[in-house]
Structure formats: structure tokens, C-alpha cells
Design a protein around this ligand. Structure first.
Ligand code: CUK
Ligand code: CUA
Ligand code: CA
Length: 600
């Protein structure tokens, strides 16, 4: 066990040691003869106990990982182009992506009922282009997206946890002018602000935005549907890194949903670009600004709903906020800082905290390259009654290396079960075969069922997952269905046909292994051609591909699915359209001629 560092560290030292170049821990090296993972291995043909839903960061995707095997089971394209599903290529997905082909997914969260996952939706943010996407769990595909106005660095995202997910909230990590059209003094950062955006989960529309003067980073909701939280590391309102590090205290901003709903009902807002903007600056009653040390990062709510834990990042502490005291804070009965009931020193670079449902918290320490387990009640008791040499820290485990997010099984629900902990490490250094200079990231699986944490497994990850949630499989499995999409597309094809309207040609095409419904399609150079392809196979997990040689078109049409693509037939000649997904012994013969007659 390494000893605790002093509370105060200089800005320069903190900023330097936050850089990836300074690795904290050294490799463990020694491997035991019998791996502790053996007892957790998922044998061939066996299933994992948990679905891990992980954000893909700048890849713009969401990944599904089986836990504890750590096998990647599926990748769901969200803000990236992927012929494997046709995403970004089909007319349907192009409409949802709005011409923006990159995204930065940080936080995947599930929809809730009564404080636990209902298995209906996943929500994921796009920090780069400021969007929210919703993924249907029955088919694991994006079915709706919404652009978030008046914001940049759309970061923390969290669904309402009770009674059901009606709202999803998102934060602006970057402060900007609210009306950001080049008017006003753009260099005057004191006029910038950040917004806490409320999205209607069902309609996927922005309900309102609560404007603050500070930046809003990570997000969480409580377990009663009455509060949401945002960490703010730039209470200074700075525009440079030294300005953002100037103050010893920043904030946890608490949003009162009771007061927000009252303001909306009383029309106590202004409307900008059709969006109600509520004034949530300090003193307006919609928010409470709880001072916490310095440049905090994650905020996570304990599964009993009682505490919000803020991870200090530049401060070697975690701050424990008693949620049951927030009503008194908003009523003005106590000072905001009074709701901080513990602030244990836990180590260097605390980023995110998760829970085992037995009263323990696990915080990722980026600089120390450790997971630290500490007891929340012990921290509160020691804060009230300090005892020389006593600590709330229960255990420490070196990880490899530089952990960002960490998450325990079911930890973001009131059914946290304390079995597994995932450590999403940014740097693997020497843990895998060298495929450098840039090596894979390292997702580590840790057994937290006992008093001490036990490292079970390393798994390489493609850059760069940020966050993950671990969902019990019995919550997901009942919702995954086979034939749901057959009738969903308004133009699902049962008969192949070619129709022409002026220079617009629509080709409706069935696909049943090993044939497309037509063997030949003839158009004229310059025609605008739309192919609508329906997978009419009866086999519940068989996909067909659709690629047009030299036309830069390739999409896969999943089971019972219909997809369309529109393009201009600008190259005369003979072009083979072929199935790109191995579907049948005669898969290679599954093709048709696309004939483009030259303009005469
Ligand atoms: S942030 Cu990436 S390590 Cu976007 Cu959740 Cu903390
Ligand atoms: Cu259809 Cu290969
Ligand atoms: Ca700060």
C-alpha cells in the first residue's frame, strides 16, 4: 500500500503529472502459475454474465463487450461510417447524421425504471459535434439523434433514474457565447456560459436549457428524479489552462428539477432559437453551487441514492455530498459547502468513482495508476471525528496504466452487485505484443467480491473507449428480437421492380440467398438512382451485403431489414453489384449487372 500524498500540490506539478508522459506505477511483471481468472473464465459455448456497453471515443461508436470474458461482441456505429451495417451510407442513416461524419462518444448510459435499467434504450453523447443519439436495445441500432444547440463540448450525459427516464441531461464542457454568431466581443470570456440541456427521451427533442456562468463537465442524476449534478472545473471562467487552475475550489453544480419544472410552468424563461433558456446562474434558485476542491472531474451517485461523490482530479481527494441535505441547501437553511460530509484523501489524480453496493467506493487514480477502494461511511465518520493515522481507504490495486473511467457491475443502478470492476486504462505500455509506436489501450477486469481487489484479466482495446456500464444479461436478453424490422421501413420490398419518373429511377430489390430479386438493372448516365433493398431471407441472423463496383457504395442489410441508397449514375459502363456478406454456398454468385447507358 502506498502512503497518502499531502493534500496540497502545486498547480505546475499537478498539470505536469496529469500528462500521460509521467507513468506512476511500474509493471507488475510476475505472473502467477495459476491465473485467478481461471475461476471466471467463460468457456467455449458459455455466455457472459454482463453486457458491457462502452463508448468508443473518437471512433464515434459504441461497443458491446461481454463481461467477464471481455470479448467484443458487437460494434454499433453511431457517428462513424460503417459498411458492416450500412451506417453513414444509407439514406436513412445519412438523415440522422446530418452530414457530420465524425463524432466523439464519451458516455453510454441506459434508460431506467425505478432506479435500474429497463433494457429499452442506450443514450450516447457526441462531444465533437454536440449531439445525443439513442440506441434501441431490441436491435442495437441508433434510431434517433438530436443536435444540441448553444453548446460545445457536449460531455456529461445522464438519464433520469426515477420513476422512469423521461428526461436525459447533457452538459457543456466548454463555455461559449450563448448566441455564438460572431456578434459581441468574442474575446471577452466573462460573457460565455455553459448550459445544462434537458432532452425528452421519448421525443428526442430539447425541452429546455439551464444557463450557468461556469463550465459543466461530468453529469449524474439522483435516484429520486429531483436533482441532477454537474462538475465544473472552470469556476474561474478562464479561457487558458492557467486561468482554469487559478482557484483552489471549483464547483459541483446541483440542478433542482422541482424548481426547473416550476420555472417552465411559469414561463420564467426566454426563448432563443425556439429553445427555452432558463437562468441557472448563482442565486436564481434553480441551482446550488457547492464548492469542491480543485478542477473536479467525475460525479457518481451511490446506489443507495444518498451520496454524490466528486473525484478531485487536481486535488487528491474525493468529496462526498449528502443528497438528503440538498433540500436544506435550496431552502437556504444551510450553506452549500455544509452538504459536503466527507473529503477523504485517496491518492493522486482521482477521475471517476464507482460502487459495490456494500458501502464501498472505488475511485480511479490517473496519476497513481491505481484503483483505490474506500468506505463511504468510514470517510464520513472520520470527517466528523478525525483519528490520527486512520483512513477510509480499504485497499489499493496497481493497474496498467493511467486509468480514466472505472465501473463496477450494475453500479449506476440501485442493484449494484459488487462482482466485477472494469478499469479502462489509457496506456498499456508493456502489457501486449508491441504494435507501436502507439500501443492498444488496456481494459482490466478486477474481482471486487472480496475485501481485496484481485486483478483478473488484461484485454486490449482499440483507441479509445472512455466509459462503460455493466448491465446484467437478464435485463437485456428479453428485449433482443428477430423480426421486428420487417414492417418498420415504410418501403419494405416484397417484390422487386424498377420504376422511372423523369431521370429518377427507383429500384426495389429483394435479397434472399443466393439471389437478388433482379439479375439486371439498366439506367441512363446522369440518372438519379435509388436502390431500396429488403433482406427477405427467413433466417433470423443472416445479412446480405450490397456493393456497387467503382461507385463507392457498400452497405449491409441485416436480417429483415430494409435500406436505401441514392446516387447519380455518373459513370457509363457495366458495373457488378454484389453481395459483400458471406451468406450461402453460392454467395459469390449473388450479384447482378448494373448497366449505365452513355448519354447520346
Ligand atoms: S471523461 Cu474520458 S476519462 Cu469524457 Cu468521462 Cu473522464
Ligand atoms: Cu447474400 Cu452473400
Ligand atoms: Ca478551476
Amino acid at each position: 500500500m502506498s502512503s497518502l500524498r499531502p493534500l496540497t500540490i502545486s498547480i505546475a506539478a499537478a498539470a505536469m503529472s496529469l500528462s500521460l508522459a509521467c507513468g506512476g506505477a511500474t509493471p507488475d511483471g510476475g505472473q502467477e502459475a495459476e491465473s485467478p481468472y481461471a475461476a471466471h473464465e467463460v468457456a467455449p459455448g458459455e455466455y457472459d454474465d454482463y453486457y458491457g456497453f462502452s463508448s468508443g471515443g473518437h471512433s464515434g461508436e459504441v461497443r458491446i463487450v461481454g463481461i467477464p470474458s471481455m470479448r467484443v461482441l458487437k460494434r454499433i456505429p453511431v457517428w462513424n461510417i460503417d459498411p458492416g451495417s450500412g451506417w453513414g451510407i444509407t439514406n436513412e442513416s445519412k438523415a440522422m447524421m446530418g452530414g457530420k461524419w465524425v463524432g466523439d462518444t464519451h458516455h453510454v448510459q441506459g434508460s431506467y425504471v425505478d432506479g435500474t435499467y429497463d433494457g429499452k434504450w442506450l443514450f450516447v453523447n457526441d462531444k465533437a459535434n454536440n449531439r445525443l443519439a439513442r440506441i434501441r436495445i431490441d436491435i442495437f441500432e441508433v434510431d434517433a439523434t438530436v443536435e444540441i444547440p448553444h453548446t460545445q463540448g457536449t460531455h456529461g450525459v445522464f438519464p433520469q433514474r426515477a420513476p422512469t427516464t423521461e428526461w436525459v441531461i447533457l452538459n457543456s464542457e466548454f463555455r461559449t457565447p450563448l448566441v455564438n454568431d460572431g456578434s459581441g466581443d468574442m474575446l471577452d470570456a466573462s460573457t460565455y456560459g455553459g448550459v445544462h440541456t434537458i432532452v425528452d427521451a421519448e421525443r428526442m427533442e430539447v425541452v429546455a436549457q439551464v444557463q450557468t456562468e461556469v463550465n459543466l463537465d461530468l453529469a449524474a442524476t439522483d435516484y429520486s428524479g429531483r436533482y441532477s449534478f454537474a462538475t465544473s472545473y472552470n469556476s474561474e471562467g478562464g479561457a487558458t489552462i492557467s486561468e482554469m487552475l487559478a482557484s483552489d475550489l471549483d464547483y459541483l453544480v446541483v440542478f433542482s428539477w422541482d424548481n426547473i419544472k416550476a420555472a417552465l410552468a411559469n414561463n420564467d424563461y426566454r426563448t432563443v432559437d425556439g429553445v427555452p433558456i432558463l437562468d441557472g446562474t448563482e442565486g436564481t434558485g434553480l441551482t446550488a453551487y457547492i464548492p469542491v476542491p480543485k478542477n473536479p472531474h467525475g460525479v457518481n451517485v451511490s446506489p443507495d441514492g444518498n451520496y454524490a461523490v466528486v473525484s478531485g482530479k487536481v486535488s487528491p481527494t474525493a468529496s462526498v455530498i449528502d443528497i438528503t441535505m440538498l433540500d436544506d441547501v435550496f431552502a437556504g437553511n444551510i450553506e452549500p459547502r455544509d452538504a459536503v460530509v466527507a473529503e477523504p484523501e485517496i491518492g493522486l489524480g482521482p477521475l471517476h468513482t464507482t460502487f459495490d453496493g456494500r458501502g464501498n467506493a472505488y475511485t480511479s487514480l490517473f496519476i497513481d495508476s491505481q484503483e483505490v477502494k474506500w468506505n463511504i461511511q468510514r470517510a464520513i465518520d472520520l470527517q466528523a471525528n478525525p483519528q490520527e493515522g486512520e483512513t477510509a481507504v480499504v485497499d489499493r490495486l496497481d493497474i496498467h496504466y493511467q486509468v480514466g473511467h472505472t465501473m463496477a457491475s450494475m453500479a449506476e443502478t440501485n442493484e449494484a452487485d459488487g462482482r466485477y470492476l472494469i478499469s479502462l486504462n489509457k496506456i498499456s505500455k508493456d502489457r501486449f505484443l508491441n504494435v507501436g509506436p502507439l500501443k492498444p489501450e488496456n481494459d482490466q477486469l478486477i474481482d471486487i467480491s472480496g475485501e481485496s481487489m484481485v486483478l483478473l484479466k488484461d484485454e486490449s482495446a482499440y483507441i479509445e473507449p472512455h466509459d462503460i456500464i455493466l448491465v446484467r444479461r437478464d435485463i437485456i436478453e428479453p428485449h433482443v428480437v428477430d423480426r421486428v424490422r420487417l414492417e418498420e421501413h415504410p418501403e419494405a420490398v416484397t417484390q422487386s421492380s424498377i420504376t422511372r419518373d423523369g431521370n429518377r429511377v427507383t429500384v426495389r430489390l429483394t435479397a434472399t440467398a443466393p439471389v437478388f430479386g433482379l439479375q439486371e438493372v439498366e439506367v441512363n448516365e446522369g440518372d438519379e438512382v435509388t436502390f431500396i433493398v429488403t433482406n427477405t431471407d427467413e433466417i433470423p441472423d443472416l445479412a446480405h451485403g450490397f456493393a456497387i463496383s467503382n461507385y463507392n457504395i457498400q452497405m449491409v442489410v441485416g436480417p429483415f431489414q430494409t435500406k436505401s441508397v441514392t446516387f447519380t449514375a455518373d459513370k457509363p459502363g457495366v458495373y457488378w453489384i454484389y453481395c459483400t456478406n458471406f451468406c450461402h454456398a453460392l454467395h459469390l454468385e449473388m450479384r447482378l449487372r448494373f448497366i449505365v447507358r452513355p448519354r447520346s
